[in-house]
Design a protein around this ligand. Structure first.
Ligand SMILES: Cc1ncc(COP(=O)(O)O)c(C=O)c1O
Length: 420
């Protein structure tokens, strides 16, 4: 490569080198060694973080679980990536597209302590997990285990493989308030037979916010020769964890949820030695059977989104995942602790600190989830999501790091008034 093309190449690659985020870096530098737990209760600090967001004033948004929209500066970076890629056109696509995507895989892998060659950047959790469910070499009579409280798209895909290959699905029902980890391990263990091939668990159940003891369930399943696939849609970038500590075989997540990366970004992790056991959804050219790229042939796609994942990671790293996790947990405890003992109100999320993150679910005995969600929005301008599922009737409340305790005071007052 001559000098001119080297400089050109280097500047295209540098699109994937996030700069900026001075405001949050300074805010964190000013915290003077406070621990994450101390900082979690420091409203002034979090009001500063709120300034990083453009927040719609019409309602209190307590439904971030669907999509954690971007802080202003990440959005600006995304827009400049759109411009830059549009300016370069095919030249970008043919020169550094894959190098940059590999940087993204590296950065995502670093968050969870695995290697980039075990990671595919996908569009979302649905693509990641359905790729595994649909890509295993199912034989008639094979069994899969999952929970009634798991996400619909995955349950649907298991139903599809049941119809297509004769797989038998066994559903357990996870209690909202387990007495112990062992109760949950036993629940899943009881559904395993000598035909079970795959067990799916949610790392954090999306409708209640309950965090499952993944490693204990994985150890039990592996001891019985069963692979484990984890739905991490809500756990990634919400609670800190390392993939090797979970020891699962497959893990899927959406980066547009708690990482606040642009819409349409996700991740699939497959343990290195399992990659060659999964059929790709879309055929890839001849690659080694254990090459993760085999599972990730998606054709031409919005590559500027990939680039902005790096910006989202830079923002999260500037804040620190430990600080973010502690704040989200603090916010959940802040409002649930005041509603747990109110007559006619039911909090559907476990109380133990290690069984929840920032998500909570609350119901009112005398109202359907839909009525409650509509009353909160209609009468109090509080936006939540109605959940009417087996064992879980209430509204899901998902604050984000820009949420204030004042907004949660409004939620508590509204639920108390509605229950009365
Ligand atoms: C537990 C869980 N799994 C999977 C998904 C699907 O995520 P996506 O629509 O980003 O693919 C969601 C979405 O909310 C979820 O909550």
């Amino acid at each position: 490569m001559d000098k001119r093309s080297f400089i050109k190449h280097a500047s295209l690659l540098s699109l994937a080198a996030p700069l900026g985020f001075a405001h949050i870096r300074q805010a964190v530098a000013n915290t003077e060694g406070k621990t994450a737990a101390q900082l979690a209760a420091d409203e002034e600090f979090w009001l500063g973080i709120r300034d990083d967001y453009d927040i719609k004033p019409d309602y209190i948004n307590l439904e971030n679980g669907y999509y954690c929209f971007l802080p202003r500066e990440t959005l600006e970076h995304l827009i400049s990536h759109v411009r830059a890629v549009n300016y370069e056109g095919s030249y970008y696509m043919r020169t550094v597209q894959y190098e940059n995507k590999n940087r993204v895989a590296n950065a995502v892998a670093e968050i969870v302590g695995c290697t980039a060659d075990e990671v595919a950047i996908t569009r979302n959790t649905t693509e990641s997990l359905d790729l595994v469910i649909g890509g295993l070499d199912w034989q008639t009579g094979d069994e899969a285990v999952m929970a009634e409280q798991d996400y619909g798209a995955m349950l649907n895909h298991f139903e599809l493989v049941a119809r297509r290959y004769g797989v038998v699905n066994r559903l357990v029902s996870v209690p909202n308030h387990p007495r112990s980890d062992q109760e949950l391990v036993d629940l899943y263990a009881a559904a395993i037979t000598d035909k079970t091939r795959l067990l799916m668990i949610s790392h954090m159940i999306n409708i209640t916010g309950q965090v499952l003891p993944v490693r204990k369930i994985v150890d039990m399943a592996h001891a019985r020769g069963v692979e484990v696939m984890v739905d991490g849609a809500h756990a990634f970038s919400h609670i800190p964890f390392q993939m090797r500590d979970l020891d699962c075989d497959y893990y899927g997540t959406s980066l547009h949820k708690w990482l606040s990366a642009p819409l349409g970004s996700g991740m699939l992790y497959v343990k290195k030695q399992k990659i060659d056991t999964v059929w790709p959804l879309l055929a890839e050219r001849d690659l080694e059977p254990n090459d993760m790229r085999r599972l990730n042939h998606i054709g031409t796609h919005p590559v500027h989104t990939d680039l902005a994942i790096l910006d989202a990671i830079a923002y999260q790293n500037a804040l620190g995942l430990e600080r973010k996790a502690a704040r989200l947990q603090y916010l959940q405890h802040y409002w649930t602790s005041r509603l747990r003992n109110v007559s006619g109100v039911k909090v559907n999320t476990p109380v133990e600190i290690f069984r929840h993150g920032g998500i909570g679910n609350v119901g009112i005995d005398a109202m359907t989830p839909q009525q409650l969600a509509e009353a909160l929005m209609g009468d109090y301008r509080i936006y939540t999501a109605a959940i009417d599922r087996p064992g879980v009737r209430g509204v899901r409340v998902t604050p984000n790091i820009y949420t204030t305790t004042e907004e949660l005071d409004a939620l508590v007052a509204a639920v108390e008034a509605l229950a009365a």
